[in-house]
Design a protein around this ligand. Sequence first.
Ligand code: ADP
Ligand code: MG
Length: 346
Amino acid sequence: MKIENVFKISVLVLFFNLIVACNSNQDKLIKKQYFIFGTIIDVLVWHDDEHLVNQALTEVETELNGMHSQWHAWKDGRLHEINHALRAGESFELTDEEVQFIQTTQLLSKQSLGNFNPAIGELIHLWGFHTDDYPITEPPPSESEINDFLAHMPNMEEIVINNNQISSKNPRIWLDYGGVAKGYAIDKAINILKKHGIENAIVNAGGDLRSIGSKGDKNWKVAIRKPNSEDVLAVISVQGDESIFTSGNYERYKEFNGKRYAHIIDPKTGYGVEEIVSATVVTDNGTKADAAATALIVAGTKSWQKVAQSMNLDQVLMIKSDGMCVATVKIMQRLKQSDLQCETVN
Ligand code: ADP
Ligand code: MG
């Protein structure tokens, strides 16, 4: 299968009507850009008090930078300490917020029927994906290394949290939150904005975004486009608090002997996924949307509908490696300015 020939969907915020908007309206749109998580994060806020917005955004920036350094899957920081303790069979004291986050990911993993499994950090490490340098060109792990991991496959249910003490009986657990970090960060950013009384905003991390409120008397509009192209595939008018996330299986990959191995790994087989190129999900928060997009790619054409049902998702759009797409009726009904022809399901 030639995944490189197929486009990845990503999302771009469009500023429709900006040119024709009157000055007072333009004054209310505040745009800021940050570089965190190796990603450009665009924040758009519709508000008339720029000073208050700047205060809120300073807090957002500090919080997200802290999260990036503390929750890295393979560099020093809080998550590294947690993983170290779990793999040594020791317990570790978590903050209340950490308890809440880890429990949320346990639930998401369960609802995804194990397709989203952030406990497989060791496998991701084995494949060489714990690096900042792409593409990776070292050989893939041997079959026996993969089989050995599969025989001890960790899952999120093996994590026990009691009075903020986290522990596990499986020393092969290695938490890697790469599949959900962006979603969680965006949720954090939105919560900080809300705390400062900001009710109309979009936080967009390289195409994955959450919106709240509206842009004045209009809905925020978001374009789904082909990467490296200005071609707009479709436009979605975002209604209030919604998150739109896309996972793609080929942007980060290992290439060896002419074969590409995706960085999204199927915990059932131990190998990178090939069948689905991208999965786009619309739901009500970033953490869930991010985990779900990863889970749906892993589930593939055979089981994605089961996973969507179990995660209570009704807006999904998947692009297959043959370039065909399949989507739920509900997301298709929302796509405007689109000539996308997708097989639809309810
Ligand atoms: P992207 O944002 O790159 O499109 P994802 O949100 O799907 O992709 O995140 C991919 C990352 O998730 C990988 O780099 C790895 O850290 C982690 N990951 C890979 N496979 C899984 C899986 N089955 N479950 C949970 N996390 C995974
Ligand atoms: Mg994800």
